[in-house]
Structures are given as structure tokens and as C-alpha cells.
Design a binder for this molecule. Structure first.
Ligand code: AR6
Length: 171
């Protein structure tokens, strides 16, 4: 089941939360900063051992002090106008996160809106990609949560899910 909710992703009681990280995996601002603050210093140590992560891929660590058992770290594309493979890379983030979750027995998983903060990806187009991949994996998870930070993001996801807004062209 795909659910849209407004909230602070580190607080969610799910098997795995997804982090919108950067290639170093050593923490940053936005949702990444919030997850690291809530999980504690051991998360940073675990991330350091991973040696970074290329854009579009994903790596997993325990959740440490979080209610979530796992954190799946993925690196979204920086928006550069849309002709630099951004849509393909963003879809790859969701796909790799889902596959890692499946490999670790995850049944409930929550995503932030990857790349739509500091990385500047247009929100409607990004939600279109997120929802497409969520639908593809829906049957293999008990709960898939789109965890939105703002009310505006909730309405974007709701309209994409219910087909009231056509997302921008993406692959
Ligand atoms: N819970 C849920 N969503 C959140 C939270 C939260 N606590 N905080 C922010 N968001 P961003 P990016 C939303 O910038 O664009 C970091 O510094 C936010 O409103 O966190 O992928 C990394 O280290 C937005 O919708 O991630 C990278 O350097 C979404 O999360 C870079 O930012 C993503 O915004 C990654 O940029």
C-alpha cells in the first residue's frame, strides 16, 4: 500500500527509512542532517566505512538510535536542467533502495522526496518518478510511505497518485 503523509522521517516506525544523501555519505543538511542527528554518531561511523556512494545507487546501514531498523542511503541527481540523465538517475535511486530493502527483509519503507531540496529537482516531476517506482514495487511491500516535509509536497504527491495532475515528462 502506498501512503502519503506529512512528517519528520527519522521519527517513523518502519523497517527502513531512505536518506537523500550526498556522494560522501558523511552527512549534510536537509533530511540527511535530520537523520544523522536522530540516529547518533554511530551512523556516521557506519557510513564512513561504506566509502561513499555514486549517484543513483544505494547503500544500507543499521538505524542505530532510530525507530527504523535500517537506513538506506541513496544519492539523488543534482538538477541540471533535465538533459543530464536526471530522470533515469532519480528512478535508479528508488529502484536500488527498494531492491536493497527486499534483500534485507524490509516490509515497511519510507522515502523523502529525493533530490527536491538542495539538489533542485522540480517537485512535480520528481513525485511522478517516485510514484511510478512505488507502484512498481507496491505488491512486494506491506507499506510504502512517501514522507513529505511540507503541506505543498503532500498535495503534489496526492495529485500525482490520484491522477489529477500530469507530471512533467520523464522516463
Ligand atoms: N523529513 C522528511 N523530509 C524532509 C526532512 C525531514 N526531516 N527534512 C527535509 N526534508 P534535501 P536533496 C525534505 O535537501 O535535495 C543534503 O545536504 C525536503 O523538504 O534534504 O536530495 C545531502 O547531504 C525535500 O523535499 O535532499 C546532500 O548534500 C527533501 O526532503 C543534499 O542535501 C529532500 O531535500 C541532497 O539534496
Amino acid at each position: 500500500m502506498i501512503e502519503v503523509l506529512q512528517g519528520d522521517i527519522p521519527k517513523l516506525q518502519v523497517d527502513a527509512i531512505v536518506n537523500a544523501a550526498n556522494k560522501t555519505l558523511l552527512g549534510g543538511g536537509g533530511v540527511d542532517g535530520a537523520i544523522h542527528r536522530a540516529a547518533g554518531a554511530k551512523l556516521r561511523e557506519a557510513c564512513r566505512l561504506l566509502g561513499g556512494c555514486p549517484t543513483g545507487e544505494a547503500k544500507i546501514t543499521p538505524g542505530f538510535q532510530l525507530p527504523a531498523k535500517w537506513v538506506i542511503h541513496t544519492v539523488g541527481p543534482v538538477w541540471r536542467g533535465g538533459a543530464q540523465g536526471e530522470a533515469r538517475l532519480l528512478a535508479a535511486c528508488y529502484r536500488h533502495a527498494f531492491e536493497l530493502g527486499l534483500a534485507h527483509g524490509v516490509n515497511t519503507i519510507a522515502f523523502p522526496s529525493i533530490s527536491t531540496g538542495a539538489y533542485g529537482y522540480p517537485k512535480n516531476a520528481a513525485a511522478g518518478i517516485a510514484v511510478r517506482l512505488m507502484r512498481e514495487y507496491d505488491a512486494r511491500f506491506e507499506r510504502i510511505i512517501a514522507c513529505c516535509f511540507t503541506e505543498e509536497d503532500v498535495s503534489i504527491y496526492e495529485s500525482v497518485l490520484h491522477g489529477t495532475k500530469v507530471p512533467s515528462r520523464e522516463k
